[in-house]
Design a protein around this ligand. Structure first.
Ligand SMILES: [Zn+2]
Length: 323
């Protein structure tokens, strides 16, 4: 049995993913207004990264996602670092999450409550658009000149370094178009990556990827790969998620992960969050219950969700007291 199935089983049918990483880092005082976004803290404030992981573990997360979403080798080189230093920082992102997981597992708090499972560490990999930080992360438009080969070259070394740092999973997050999904699946095969992966898409309308590409085309590509253990959706408005799970269920047998954002909308040009149209944290956990019933096996939150959100999600999904 794979690590994901084992965890989902132990968690009673639905495991809890952590919440917004950059969001919580910022709440703890980090400045993430930086081309490297939350990954800048790998250089300046690694102890805060570990603190965020700890807070999500305490909240009941069964999977924690590393701080490498926007950590890229070219991004670190642009900071004047060497390739060796850049690769060391990528490994540090996994190490900090593993350390937090192991320390939490030994802690008295964990031992005093039955809601906790031995958490998995997923090494985060953001899209090419997240690295560009030009809004294409949410438009999925890389231009006609960008090929699958270019995308593979962009992702190759970071993937190798993160996979060798000892994570339980690789989490490709907020993938905005089909070309990148195809490139990632090919790359996992070419590099023969042994760590199971999840590939999650982002959507702004609940019906297509950010680029407008169809989910069924993408799921067909992911279904064909044994390297992909989990498929899903993240950083997408919560009101779309239930229908998306029902649609995904028709088109894949793989485990489904959903970790939407809070419903607030990121204005990529102005670099700020616009208010949510409908949902606050209060209803997120009630929705999470519906996502579980619709067939999601892993549920958490993305941008603008916090440990408070995840505590409520864990409580409602695990149906156990003790928080
Ligand atoms: Zn997000």
């Amino acid at each position: 049995m794979g690590v994901v199935e084992e965890l989902v089983g132990k968690a009673g049918g639905c495991a809890v993913i952590d919440g917004g990483f950059a969001t919580q880092l910022e709440a703890l005082g980090a400045d993430i207004n930086d081309p490297l976004w939350s990954a800048a803290c790998l250089i300046t404030r690694p102890h805060l990264i570990k603190e965020v992981h700890m807070q999500y573990l305490e909240a009941g997360a069964d999977v924690i996602i590393s701080s490498s979403y926007q950590a890229t080798i070219p991004g670190f080189l642009a900071r004047g670092m060497s390739v060796d230093e850049a690769e060391a920082l990528l490994r540090t992102s996994v190490k900090l999450a593993l350390e937090a997981r192991d320390e939490f597992w030994k802690s008295a708090l964990r031992k005093s409550k039955s809601i906790y499972n031995h958490a998995l560490v997923a090494a985060s990999i953001g899209s090419y658009g997240a690295y560009l930080a030009d809004g294409s992360e949410y438009s999925g438009s890389y231009g006609d000149d960008v090929t699958a080969e270019n995308l593979k070259d962009f992702h190759r070394r970071r993937l190798q370094v993160l996979a060798s740092a000892g994570p339980d999973l690789i989490a490709f997050e907020a993938i905005p178009n089909k070309l990148e999904a195809q490139a990632l699946v090919e790359l996992l095969e070419e590099e023969n990556i042994q760590v199971p992966s999840w590939i999650c898409f982002s959507s702004v309308d609940g019906k297509h990827l950010c680029s407008g590409d169809s989910f069924s085309d993408c799921l067909r590509i992911l279904n064909a790969s044994e390297k992909v253990a989990v498929v899903g959706v993240n950083c997408t408005p919560p009101q779309f998620i239930e229908d998306m799970i029902l649609e995904f269920r028709k088109q894949t047998k793989k485990a489904i992960a959903v970790y939407p954002n809070s419903g607030e909308v990121w204005d990529g040009r102005a670099k700020r969050w616009l208010p949510a149209e409908c949902l606050g944290h209060k209803s997120f956990d009630a929705l999470a219950k519906r996502w579980q019933e619709a067939g999601a096996s892993l549920i958490g939150g993305c941008c603008r969700t916090t440990p408070t959100t995840i505590r409520a999600v864990s409580r409602i999904l695990k149906g156990r007291t003790g928080h």
